[in-house]
Design a protein. Structure first.
Length: 181
């Protein structure tokens, strides 16, 4: 009789353990589904972070291009003002070989010439005076100011632009390092 009672208790405990196992299996299935959803969310987040990083790199490149274009625009305005000043100072075509060349009044408005601009203008004036003192200068036309040194001016502008670009890159790197800290 005690054997039947013990068998009954054992069967009852096995039924309870079986019910608990079924409940535990359902919870584990829900946990696995949640883990898979979390893994796919992490994958999507990683992909989005990669796209954001690429977009940020593209934005930085666009910012650098914008700075370079801005520098070029400023330099082009300076060169335009210099060219207008040189054109305004050229001799009039009606001046004969006996008459001194008349100079038109300057039509370009230059905001505040920089030291480089003033130096370039002084060098052009000095070149004109040197050409005027050369033998046979009275028989020849007066050259346009800066006409012989266009290649030198372009070389200097190119060197100046590359130096500015290098400084801009160094400044951006320094700013990035400063703001990253």
């Amino acid at each position: 009789m005690t054997g039947i009672i013990l068998d009954g208790v054992l069967v009852l405990l096995l039924v309870v353990a079986l019910g608990y196992g079924v409940r535990l299996e359902k919870k584990l299935a829900a946990l696995r589904a949640g883990q898979q959803a979390f893994a796919s969310a992490v994958t999507d987040l990683n992909t989005a972070a990669g796209r954001a990083e690429a977009a940020l790199a593209s934005l930085r490149a666009s910012g650098q291009e914008t700075d370079l274009l801005h520098d070029r625009i400023i330099k082009a305005r300076e060169v335009k003002a210099q060219l207008e000043a040189l054109i305004a100072r050229r001799p009039t075509p009606s001046a004969g070989p006996d008459q001194p060349a008349r100079v038109k009044p300057q039509t370009a408005i230059v905001a505040a010439p920089s030291v480089e601009d003033e130096r370039a203008l002084r060098m052009a004036a000095l070149a004109n005076r040197i050409h005027g003192m050369a033998p046979g200068a009275a028989r020849t036309k007066v050259p346009v100011a800066g006409g012989n040194n266009v290649a030198a001016i372009l070389g200097a502008l190119t060197a100046n632009q590359s130096a500015k670009q290098s400084l801009n890159r160094a400044r951006r790197i320094l700013d990035e390092d400063l703001f990253a800290a």
